[in-house]
Design a protein around this ligand. Structure first.
Ligand code: VAH
Length: 311
């Protein structure tokens, strides 16, 4: 019998992943956990516990008491916040992962999902059609924790047989829950501002191309990789997954088809340098051939969904 724990359940991915896992498995077998107060969209949909992802003892007690068989570890500091507090980013992102992997060694029957990011790639990585295996020299603390985490996952799989699976999420766009502290967050803010004020001041320059994905695709990719037969998962670092790439200028043009008098201005800030170190587009052939990944949302379809739901 599956018993699932989502750590970081109140974040941008966590809220939607928790709801999707409850829909798939039943509400009561999915325990949502976060250090924050329960997100309004989760209230009344299933069990919730307050948990500090870096508290190894509390996590161990919860996992053993509940007989957890699957853990989704989403707690992390993202790229922009991580640059403001690199020490905390390393401690939170790495200690939370390390203790979950150690738990899986102790308990034997725990399957783990842990998100990596295209932030593992840095300024020396080829920017177009970035392959899964290439030059990987992250230039942000967040990217460093994600690459170190991928290597840790591969080590724990090879050395101890831990069944841990991971994908490199691109920038994620959602309407149910807000992102926090990311460099790609402009692509969420722009929709809110377009509807509220019909204008947006963008913190990235107009031709900053970045790989992006609608949250529904990201959640489906997460569930598909977790429920794929183990023999299909050939990489225990993380799979590139991709759906689209666009610039602030391009997304503005698509929004203007729905809101003709929307205008944008550009005031690049410290996040521009982070974005400039990331790929423009991603090659996700391995995910497509090994476990059947395929996106369903492009920029047009996502824009219609975002504006319809935010209205
Ligand atoms: C960030 N949204 O901006 C995250 C993501 C690829 C970007 O990892 O930090």
């Amino acid at each position: 019998m599956n018993k699932i724990l989502v750590i970081g359940a109140c974040g941008q991915i966590g809220v939607e992943l928790t709801l999707a896992l409850r829909k798939k498995n039943g509400n009561d077998v999915v325990i949502a956990a976060d250090i924050k107060n329960e997100h309004p969209l989760l209230q009344g949909t299933g069990p919730y516990v307050t948990l500090d992802a870096t508290d190894a003892d509390a996590t161990r007690v919860l996992v053993k008491k509940e007989g957890i068989t699957e853990i989704y570890l989403l707690a992390a500091l993202l790229s922009a916040t991580g640059e403001k507090n690199p020490k905390l980013a390393w401690e939170l992102n790495m200690s939370s992962l390390r203790q979950i992997l150690d738990l899986a060694v102790e308990e034997k029957n725990i399957k783990i999902f842990w998100p990596s990011s295209i932030a593992v790639f840095g300024p020396t990585t080829p920017k177009d059609g970035t392959p899964q295996k290439t030059i990987i020299e992250p230039s942000t603390m967040y990217g460093i924790t994600k690459y170190a985490g991928e290597l840790l996952c591969q080590y724990y799989h090879q050395r101890f047989g831990v069944d841990v699976r991971s994908v490199r999420y691109p920038g994620l766009i959602s309407w149910k829950s807000l992102p926090g502290g990311g460099t790609t967050d402009y692509a969420v803010e722009i929709f809110h501002e377009a509807l509220k004020n019909k204008t947006y001041s963008c913190f990235l320059s107009e031709n900053t191309y970045l790989p992006m994905m609608y949250m529904d695709d990201a959640i489906r990719a997460t569930i598909e990789i977790m429920y794929a037969p183990a023999e299909k998962i050939r990489s225990r670092m993380a799979y590139n997954i991709s759906a689209m790439s666009f610039s602030p200028k391009e997304i503005t043009e698509v929004i203007k088809k729905q809101i003709p008098d929307f205008t944008i201005s550009y005031q690049p800030d410290h996040r521009q340098q982070i974005a400039d170190g990331w790929p423009k587009s991603i090659d996700d052939t391995a995910a497509r051939t090994e476990w059947g990944w395929k996106p369903e949302y492009d920029l047009e379809k996502m824009t219609i969904e975002m504006l319809k739901n935010l209205k």
